[in-house]
Design a protein around this ligand. Structure first.
Ligand code: PRT
Ligand code: ZN
Length: 226
């Protein structure tokens, strides 16, 4: 499954918050491409680098399986899936190579407006809704807090209103979504941004050189943006 390949393959989000900025960054680094009709695969023209357009949640797994060499994904997704693997006793399969400076957000606790934040006293026995159960579970375990983690794939902020949980642990950027559900952000579990992810080990064959060239170019673009 780790066949010899002489073209580098990068997974990016097909449609969502990270899609446009990822393509813009790659274009600024000198990549150009030809889109396939189904828009799932972009064939690189200026460099031997092809893009695979997928759901963001699939990106760490594609790197773990060697289907893609690199990926642009939120740190929140990468760390969550890394912790999931660890909790199953699996070896690390991917890692963060670079922070990319876009897609910034924070994984935070959101509590009812009229609560005062006192996690040690308040959290035991509560139900916490989240899409990041592994990150939240680790945060709780590190503090010896026993609470139940209610995993939801979306609309986490609605859970307290629907009586499914007392509080949430969710991504926040402006905070407007929490506020409109009468919740307030109180503590950061993870500071996130889009990252360049790669395999835990080294990239094999000719792809290693292409990956190094790409990273040098990305570093150049990111430095100019600072
Ligand atoms: O289809 P696919 O699975 O690929 O997309 P997705 O729906 O899972 O992902 P998408 O496009 O919503 O987010 C991709 C990545 O963007 C996330 O994994 C984060 O790394 C990053 N990101 C940055 C965010 C936000 N900012 C953000 N605000 N992801 C989600 N949100 C949510 C937030 O939870 C809230 O519900 O957006 C809503 C608005 O946020 P506020 O605080 O501004 O109100
Ligand atoms: Zn997703």
């Amino acid at each position: 499954r780790d066949q010899l390949r002489d073209r580098l393959r990068i997974a990016i989000q097909k449609s969502g918050r990270l899609s446009e900025p990822a393509l813009a960054l790659l274009a600024a680094a000198g990549l150009s491409w030809q889109e396939s009709r189904d828009k799932l695969f972009y064939y690189g023209e200026s460099l031997p680098i092809d893009l695979l357009l997928v759901r963001d949640d699939d990106i760490p797994g594609l790197i773990a399986d060697g289907v893609c060499d690199l990926g642009f994904v939120g740190r929140n997704v990468l760390v969550e899936q890394d912790y999931e693997r660890q909790s199953r006793g699996e070896a690390p399969a991917f890692r963060e190579l670079r922070g990319l400076g876009f897609g910034r957000c924070k994984l935070m606790f959101g509590i009812p407006d009229d609560w005062e934040w006192d996690p040690q006293a308040q959290l035991p026995g509560t139900r916490i809704a989240t899409s990041y159960p592994a990150l939240l579970s680790r945060w709780l375990a590190e503090r010896n807090i026993e609470a139940s983690v209610v995993t939801m794939s979306g609309s986490v902020e609605l859970a307290p209103r629907l009586g499914q949980a007392e509080l949430v642990c969710d991504l926040v950027s402006s905070g407007a979504t929490l506020a409109s559900n009468r919740l307030k952000p109180v503590e950061v579990v993870l500071d996130s941004e889009a990252v360049l992810a790669g395999p835990a080990g080294a990239i094999a064959d000719a792809r290693a050189g292409i990956a190094e060239l790409l990273m040098r170019r990305l570093d150049g673009v990111l430095k100019l943006r600072d």
